[in-house]
Design a protein around this ligand. Sequence first.
Ligand SMILES: Cc1cc2nc3c(=O)[nH]c(=O)nc-3n(C[C@H](O)[C@H](O)[C@H](O)COP(=O)(O)OP(=O)(O)OC[C@H]3O[C@@H](n4cnc5c(N)ncnc54)[C@H](O)[C@@H]3O)c2cc1C
Length: 396
Amino acid sequence: MHSPEQETMALQGDYDCIVVGAGVQGSFTAYQLAKNNQKTLLLEQFLLPHSRGSSHGQTRIIRKAYEQDFYTVMMEECYQLWAQLEMETNTTLFRRTGILVKGPEDDKDFQLFTDTLRRNRVPTETLTHDEFSRRLPHMVMMRGEGARIDTTAGVLYADRALRAAQGYFQSLGGVIKDGVKVLNIQPGSTVTVTTAAGEYRAKSLIITAGPWASTLLSHTGLQLPLTVVKINVCYWREKVPGTYGVDTGFPCFLQIASEGAEYHIYGLPSNEYPGLVKICYHMGSDTEPDRRDRQKDQTDIRILSRFVSLYLPGLEPEPALVESCMYTVTPDHHFVLDQHPSHRNIIIGVGFSGHGFKFAPVVGKLLCELSLGKVPSYDLSPFRIQRFLSQMKSSL
Ligand SMILES: Cc1cc2nc3c(=O)[nH]c(=O)nc-3n(C[C@H](O)[C@H](O)[C@H](O)COP(=O)(O)OP(=O)(O)OC[C@H]3O[C@@H](n4cnc5c(N)ncnc54)[C@H](O)[C@@H]3O)c2cc1C
């Protein structure tokens, strides 16, 4: 992934910043650091691209519809920064489809979504039952359900986005070393990381290790309450090809509080695999990142099958294809974006809880700001480590 000149630079030693983990968060962090003229090394344990973390696959949803204002507010700049990367790399990364947010009108979560959309003046459409049947004839709206469309939302092309951010980072002089696993971290005013390929040193270190974050943080004496779950990424076959297609205007959707489902269910129109609609359950079963495929629980697939038969009669109710991915979940499902409590030049960006992709451009900017000692562009209190204090074990 790096040129001979970059290799020479790396062997000469020190960096302003080392980023560990080239998923979407590490890649965007490195991109922001390089834009800020920081001599940056991005280390990735696997050869790139890979499908063993959380950022692989072709698509992710981007939306302003959220339960909390602080996410909706951050999304404004996210859209701008995604568009900027599209321009810088001459790549299409976003396709607007809108997202249908649907659920029982009297459900607390549904109301949180609709209130946030209204308070933040997000362009939306509200569909009555009649309008819903005309507009989305192949989806069921139950009695008592409400339906809003966040018309700003759409699909991000995930694999392409990683390539674009990593490529632009390299074009600015950044160094990527893939197939290089960080084995140890020695904190200090200069941080040293040990890999099988040697030691690297930098003024600051940013940890964006996704599901492996706990292992890496243990080298710094910090334990955060992170849980890793395996997600069965299910694709469902259209009985009539194109019924739920991106070209026929079918939106992404977020189903809140459907019968038998404790967590939300989300879907994207058929797109990356023609004739197949991606629909997933927003939670999975515990796993260890290096043993992901030993987790064979299919509870989520059963919940999804039932949902598909009830709400999407134009799909076959058994998945045609199942891929795997992982979430790294915090107890409150909010991210961790903070400095290490004992080592201020170690910055942590972890725990994206299955909804972090869309935020990567702003996450990268914030982690870069923290590493440069700048005042962060957003209030980081929802993302501080402090909130876990009672659950945290620190040997420092
Ligand atoms: C099925 C699924 C659907 C999703 N849908 C959406 C969506 O629609 N919208 C949305 O916004 N978000 C979505 N997400 C969430 C989003 O994809 C994640 O929040 C995001 O990808 C997390 O990125 P990351 O960089 O933190 O982790 P990762 O992508 O896992 O990257 C971490 C990287 O660190 C590397 N690493 C770890 N340890 C070491 C080490 N010791 N040395 C070197 N490298 C190391 C890993 O190999 C990995 O490449 C979804 C996630 C999944 C799984």
